[in-house]
Design a protein around this ligand. Structure first.
Ligand code: PEP
Ligand code: CO
Length: 446
C-alpha cells in the first residue's frame, strides 16, 4: 500500500542530491513567493504532450529531446535561445523526412538549471568547496562565496524560465518556425559544412513542395505548416522548487508540476523509496526516468509500476544512457520484461551520459563516434526485440563551441581549448548536432 500523495509527501522520504541551504527560513520565504506566482506552463499543454508521447509509445511518432546540459543564467538572451531552437528545428526536419512520422520536439530548456553531482565537494589545489549544482543553486566559479547555495536563485530560475518560454512561444507560433523559413534556420557556420549542405538540399525540396501545394490551390498557410509545437523539460531535482510550482488543475482536479511540460528523474535520484519518485508519481505531467548501465530489470519494472501504475501511454519515457559498449546487451532484457508486463513505455536513447571521458588536456568530453555507436546499439536492441526506438535525448547548443570530439570537421583534443564554454557537460555544437541527425536518419532508413 502506498500512502496518499500530496505535493509535500516527498518530504518524508530521503531526498538525494539536495543542496545544503545555509538558511532554511530564507528558502521557505522564496518558495512561498514562488507558490504565489503564475504557473510557467499549463496543464492542457502537458496533456497535449502526453497525447503526442502516446503516439511515440505506439510507434507512430519520434521524440527529439535536446538542449543544454545545464542552462546558464548568463545565456538567457534572444540570440542564444533562437540558435538553440534553430538547430532543434533543423534536426527535427531531417528526422521527420527520414522517419516518415511526426517528430515531437522537447527542449532541455526554460528550466534546466539544477545538476546532480557525483561528489558533494570539489577539491582544487588542496582547497575543498561544495560542488557546483547548477545556477538554480550556486555559481560555477571555484570560490567559497560562489559555491554557497542561495535560495534567491530559485526566483531567478523562475524568471529566466519565464523569459525563455515567452520567446520560445513567440518564435514557434509567430512565424519563425514556419516551414517557409526552413532555409533560414541554417546558420552560416553550419551551412558551409557537409551536413549543412545536405540540409540545404532537403530544404530546397521542402520549398518546392510548398510551391507545389500553393500552385494546386491547397492552403499553404495552415497551422501544420506555419507553427510548431515545442515543449519544455528539465530534471526535477531540487524538490522545494518543483513543489512550489505544483498546482491543482481546475479542469480535472489533477496536480501538475507547472515548471515544465515534462519532468525527468535522473540516474542518481531514481531510488524507488526516495523523494524524487514519490514526488513525481503524483503529478500528471509526462515523466522521464534515466536508466544507466547498472539498472536491473526488476528496477525498471518497479519504476514503471511506481510512475505509471495505470499504464497510460505517453506517461513514462525511459531514457537509457548505458554507454556505447553496454547498450545492446543491457537494454534487451529490460525491453523484453517491460513489454511483457504490458507497460506502454516511450523508449529514448541518451547517448551522451554513458560516453563521457577526460581528454588528454583534462577536459570532460565525448566523441561523436561513441554517441552514434550508442544510438546504433539502441536501434539494434529494438530491432531484435520488436519494439519501437522512440527517440533521442541529446545535449547540444546552436553555437560553434568545441566541447565534443569528432564530427565532419574532426574536432580534436587540442581544439577543445578554443571554445569550451559549457558550465557542466560537453555539448554537441550546431554542426555536430545536424551531422548526428543525418546519421540517425540514415540508420532509420537503412
Ligand atoms: C543529465 O541529463 O544532464 C544528467 C545528469 O543525466 P543522468 O542523470 O543520466 O546522469
Ligand atoms: Co549532462
Amino acid at each position: 500500500m502506498t500512502s496518499p500523495w500530496t505535493p509535500q509527501s516527498w518530504r518524508s522520504f530521503p531526498a538525494a542530491q539536495q543542496p545544503e541551504w545555509p538558511d532554511p527560513a530564507a528558502l521557505d520565504g522564496v518558495t512561498k513567493t514562488l507558490a504565489s506566482l503564475p504557473p510557467l506552463v499549463f496543464a492542457g499543454e502537458a496533456r497535449d504532450l502526453l497525447s503526442d508521447l502516446g503516439k511515440v509509445a505506439a510507434g507512430e511518432a519520434f521524440l527529439l529531446q535536446a538542449g543544454d546540459c545545464a542552462e546558464s543564467f548568463d545565456d538567457c538572451n534572444a540570440n542564444i535561445i533562437r540558435d538553440k531552437l534553430k538547430i532543434i528545428l533543423q534536426m527535427a526536419i531531417v528526422l521527420t523526412y527520414s522517419t516518415g512520422v511526426p517528430v515531437i520536439k522537447v527542449g532541455r530548456i526554460a528550466g534546466q538549471f539544477a545538476k546532480p553531482r557525483s561528489s558533494p565537494t570539489e577539491t582544487k589545489d588542496g582547497e575543498e568547496l561544495p560542488s557546483f549544482r547548477g545556477h538554480l543553486v550556486n555559481e560555477s566559479d571555484f570560490s567559497s562565496t560562489a559555491r554557497v547555495p542561495d535560495p534567491e536563485r530559485l526566483l531567478r530560475a523562475y524568471n529566466s524560465s519565464s523569459a525563455t518560454l515567452n520567446l520560445l512561444r513567440a518564435f514557434t507560433k509567430g512565424g519563425f518556425a514556419d516551414l517557409h523559413q526552413v532555409q533560414r534556420w541554417n546558420q552560416e557556420f553550419i551551412a558551409e559544412s557537409e551536413p549543412g549542405q545536405r540540409y540545404n538540399e532537403l530544404a530546397d525540396g521542402i520549398d518546392k513542395a510548398l510551391s507545389f501545394i500553393k500552385t494546386i490551390g491547397l492552403d499553404e498557410n495552415e497551422p501544420a505548416i506555419g507553427q510548431v509545437d515545442f515543449f519544455t523539460s528539465h530534471e526535477a531535482l531540487v524538490l522545494p522548487y518543483e513543489e512550489a510550482l505544483t498546482r491543482e488543475d481546475s479542469l480535472t482536479g489533477d496536480w501538475y508540476d507547472c515548471s515544465a511540460h515534462l519532468l525527468w528523474i535522473g540516474e542518481r535520484t531514481r531510488q524507488l523509496d526516495g523523494a524524487h519518485v514519490e514526488f513525481l508519481r503524483g503529478v500528471a505531467n509526462p515523466l522521464g526516468c534515466k536508466l544507466g548501465p547498472t539498472a536491473a530489470v526488476e528496477e525498471a519494472l518497479a519504476l514503471c509500476e511506481a510512475l505509471n501504475p495505470d499504464r497510460i501511454p505517453g506517461r513514462l519515457t525511459l531514457i537509457t544512457r548505458m554507454g556505447a559498449d553496454n547498450i545492446t546487451e543491457g537494454l534487451r532484457p529490460i525491453l523484453r520484461a517491460v513489454t511483457d508486463a504490458g507497460h506502454p513505455v516511450v523508449w529514448v536513447s541518451d547517448p551522451m551520459h554513458g560516453n563521457t571521458f577526460t581528454s588528454k588536456g583534462g577536459r570532460k568530453t565525448r566523441h561523436l563516434d561513441d554517441v552514434i555507436r550508442e544510438i546504433t546499439g539502441f536501434f539494434a536492441a529494438h530491432e531484435a526485440e520488436g519494439t519501437w526506438p522512440g527517440g533521442i535525448h541529446v545535449e547540444l547548443t546552436g553555437d560553434d563551441v568545441t566541447e565534443c570530439l569528432g564530427g565532419t570537421t574532426a574536432i580534436a583534443d587540442e581544439d577543445l581549448e578554443r571554445r569550451y564554454e559549457t558550465i557542466c557537460d560537453p555539448r554537441l555544437n550546431g554542426r555536430q548536432s545536424l551531422d548526428l541527425a543525418f546519421r540517425v536518419a540514415d540508420l532509420l532508413t537503412d
